[in-house]
Write a protein that binds this ligand. Structure first.
Ligand code: SAM
Length: 748
């Protein structure tokens, strides 16, 4: 295992406690049954140590009889304030007593609602554990303590003290003051639901027009912003601004709110600004809204639910832009950082960002119960979550449900699709995130939609013209189309999501069988050798024209032979290997050294696009019109740019349309075209670098954490270019472009 890995095991799933506290019976460590969730009981424990942090929060705790055990609290995030301090008293509901990895016995809590941290004056704390009786308990004293904690950024403790303060008799003005302070602490702790509630109570109870009511209106706007309810946020602020036209914070927040609203309603984004922010911010959690364009979730028959167009769209059109519900980023060059490795002996495991993502998702739901349906409505295979959503006023989050949901719906990504384009071999970081709307797209190896990323923003565009009512699909995982692992491996990976892909590519692979696959593999190997020979000869300038033409002819006939292995037209079954071989040829003899006539290069490229299913009218002179877009591949942008360059020599009237097609493909692959003007292609920019970078094909074995998992554990792949510098290879090597990643070999 690599140095700095934090290892932990996932136990078999078990439901959270849903019994009200009043129905639980107190138990002691000595009465616990081993490897058992001691149902119907609770235990009071006190921490003897400050917390330690591994994949869980660890502390040594005692019970009222003085027995001692190690406690592991899972699914917590690293807040500035420790969760457990020496002396913290907790209730553990239905305690799970088990043997830990180190062979010692311990207590394990997987559901955040199964542990209740008790405030110091909670009457359930036994007298022996209480400090000296505090006779100074007044609303004001608790408020002052709350303020002290707040000033030290200890928001959980501040909230607790303000809550205590509210339990004492006080004036209406004092109550409003404390509620307002508590709302700010809630905002800091990202508990927007609770912040909203407090601010609403103040705005309705404080004297209208009072300073408190006005401050509460501003905090309310902040809470609404945090909940991404931008319209309401702007309404509150507009009213506030009528009374306080010169209030700078209200003005600044309104400006941001209006920008978010424009994004949310019209899909108007400042993409360049987002790129700039992504370059600076770590993690790249950007300030932007979700835009839902002409799409809706509806029944997709045997595929469950799917996402469908609500009106006709054109290739490159924006379908939706989504802000991640939860997003974890780790810098690729932060090699010394401890990597969490979570091992689930039954289902495979996850490394790195994905296990942090599960924790982050759980914590966000725990802190904002109103957001729960966004996650719990997502596909979670055959997992049966508990039906109870609240007990004793506290929301119930089933961690295993969230883990399963994240496992099925997570996407991996890099800092941005543009960063990959610009620097395909540089460090780009690993990220994984949950984008709930994007999770409704089903898989197809020849999809009609494409996703790009800028930090935590996912941008989905159509890859071809689509009528209203079309189901949108993209690939989750695509392995070596036409290559060694075709068919078998691909369906193996997809089986993790619990289905067999029946897209045209998979259907064709099944239909044509292993013999044809073998023939294709042999032809591709032969072609690679031929193109390599040509490339070397051309580079070294040692090939005579006759020798070059001879190799060219033999490569060409190899490509023809490859074409002949396909029974269905390319429009129906795209031929990535043919596309790759033809573009390899263009690169070898035309891009680097112009040793081929531009007319011939044009013809080769048009045929290469044809192999991806493009139907192009004209293309040599006069007109070039894409009648039908083929499947999207990273090299398509470059191909159109090379066509543009070739047209400068052969058909100047086609330069502009070719560039426009390049722009459309760029927009689809990178998510925006504001940066298209900086895109360069040609001998100075090796074709392979951008062709691969745009497609961002990772090697399936690369993991976000950098460790090698057992073979049976598909985990988030880092979208990196394939190790090859060849078009053909790169075309075939396209796999999970930040694909939806499973954590278990059997998803359903
Ligand atoms: C990320 S979810 C997609 C949305 C899902 N269909 C739903 O109802 O929420 C992935 C799951 O959708 C189903 N699915 C996706 N693509 C499919 C396909 N091509 N054929 C059959 N089922 C598919 C599988 O059950 C898979 O585990």
């Amino acid at each position: 295992m690599r140095q700095g890995t934090r290892l932990s095991y996932v136990p078999p799933s078990y439901p959270p406690c849903v019994a009200p506290f009043s129905e639980l019976k107190k138990t002691m460590m000595g009465d616990l049954l081993l490897e058992t969730h001691n149902r119907g009981t609770y235990m009071l424990v006190r921490s003897l140590t400050p917390q330690d942090r591994t994949t869980a929060v660890l502390a040594i705790v005692e019970d009222e009889k003085g027995d001692v055990l190690m406690l592991q609290l899972h699914h917590q995030v690293d807040d500035r304030e420790p969760l457990v301090r020496e002396g913290t008293v907790m209730i553990l509901k239905e305690p799970f007593f088990r043997m830990m990895m180190d062979g010692n016995y311990g207590l394990r809590v997987d559901h955040v609602s199964d542990v209740v941290l008790l405030p110091a004056n909670d009457e359930r704390i036994p007298a022996a554990w209480r400090g000296k009786p505090d006779h100074s308990g007044t609303a004001l004293a608790w408020k002052a303590q709350g303020n002290n904690h707040f000033n030290r950024s200890e928001y959980r403790s501040a909230i607790e003290c303000y809550t205590q303060s509210l339990a004492y008799p006080s004036t209406l003005e004092e109550i409003c003051t404390v509620r307002l302070s508590r709302s700010v602490a809630f905002l800091k702790a990202r508990q927007y639901d609770a912040a909203l509630l407090d601010t609403e109570l103040v705005t309705t109870t404080a004297a209208a027009g009072s300073n408190l009511a006005d401050k509460a209106r501003f905090r309310k706007a902040e809470a609404l912003y945090g909940l991404e309810r931008y319209r309401e946020c702007c309404e509150v602020l507009k009213e506030l601004r009528l009374d306080y036209p010169h209030n700078a914070p209200a003005k600044a927040l309104l400006t941001r709110g209006i920008a978010r609203l424009a994004e949310q309603t019209n899909g108007e984004y400042q993409f360049k600004q987002l790129h700039d922010d992504a370059a600076k911010l770590r993690p790249p959690h950007l300030d932007h809204a979700t835009y839902i364009g002409p799409v809706r979730v509806q029944d997709a028959g045997s595929r469950g639910r799917g996402l469908f167009t609500t009106k006709a769209v054109k290739a490159g059109d924006l379908l939706f832009c989504e802000k991640a519900f939860a997003y974890v980023f780790s810098d690729a060059d932060a090699g010394t950082r401890e990597v969490p490795l979570l091992v689930d002996p039954r289902a495979g495991g996850t490394v790195g960002t994905q296990s942090d993502l599960v924790n982050m998702t759980i914590q966000k739901l725990h802190r904002n119960p109103s957001l729960t349906p966004a996650i719990t409505n997502l596909h979670h295979g055959s997992y049966q979550p508990v039906a109870t959503t609240q007990v004793d006023g506290q929301s119930i989050i089933d961690s295993f449900h969230v883990r399963r949901t994240v496992g099925i719906n997570v996407f991996s990504s890099s800092l941005s699709s543009l960063v990959q384009l610009a620097n395909p071999n540089g460090p780009m970081g690993n990220a994984s995130g949950i984008w709930p709307l994007a999770s409704y797209l089903n898989h197809s190896c020849a999809g009609n939609a494409f996703r790009a990323f800028i930090g935590d923003l996912l941008i989905a565009r159509a890859t071809r013209d689509l009528p209203a009512g079309t189901e949108l699909t993209w690939w989750y995982y695509l392995l070596d189309v036409g290559g060694e692992s075709e068919g078998e491996k691909r369906s193996d990976m997809l089986r993790h999501w619990g289905f067999e892909c029946d897209c045209p590519l998979c259907a064709d692979a099944k239909r044509s069988g292993e013999r044809v696959a073998r023939t294709r593999r042999a032809l591709v190997t032969e072609l690679e050798r031929g193109v390599e020979e040509l490339r070397r000869g051309v580079e070294a300038g040692v090939l005579s024209t006759a020798a070059r033409d001879a190799v060219l002819r033999s490569v060409e006939s190899g490509v023809e032979a490859l074409e002949e292995t396909y029974a269905r037209p390319a429009e129906e079954v795209p031929r990535f290997d043919v596309w790759g071989a033809r573009m390899d040829l263009v690169e070898a003899v035309w891009v680097r050294r112009r040793t081929m006539a531009a007319e011939q290069a044009v013809r080769l490229m048009l045929r290469a696009l044809g192999a991806l299913g493009y139907v192009i009218e004209g293309g040599e002179r006069g007109t070039v019109v894409v009648r039908k877009w083929g499947v999207m591949d990273g090299g398509v942008v470059g191909c159109w740019m090379l066509l543009r360059d070739a047209y400068r020599e052969t058909a100047p009237e086609l330069v502009a349309p070719a560039e426009e097609y390049a722009r459309t493909a760029y927009r689809t692959l990178i998510g925006e075209d504001e940066t298209f003007v900086h895109f360069r292609v040609g001998p100075a920019t090796p074709t392979a670098s951008w062709s691969q970078s745009v497609t961002s094909r990772p090697s399936p074995s690369r993991l976000s954490g950098g460790s090698s998992p057992p073979r049976s554990m598909p985990t988030p792949s880092t979208p990196r270019p394939a190790a090859t510098s060849r078009w053909g290879k790169s075309a075939r090597m396209r796999s999970a472009q930040g694909g939806t990643q499973p954590t278990t070999p059997r998803k359903k």
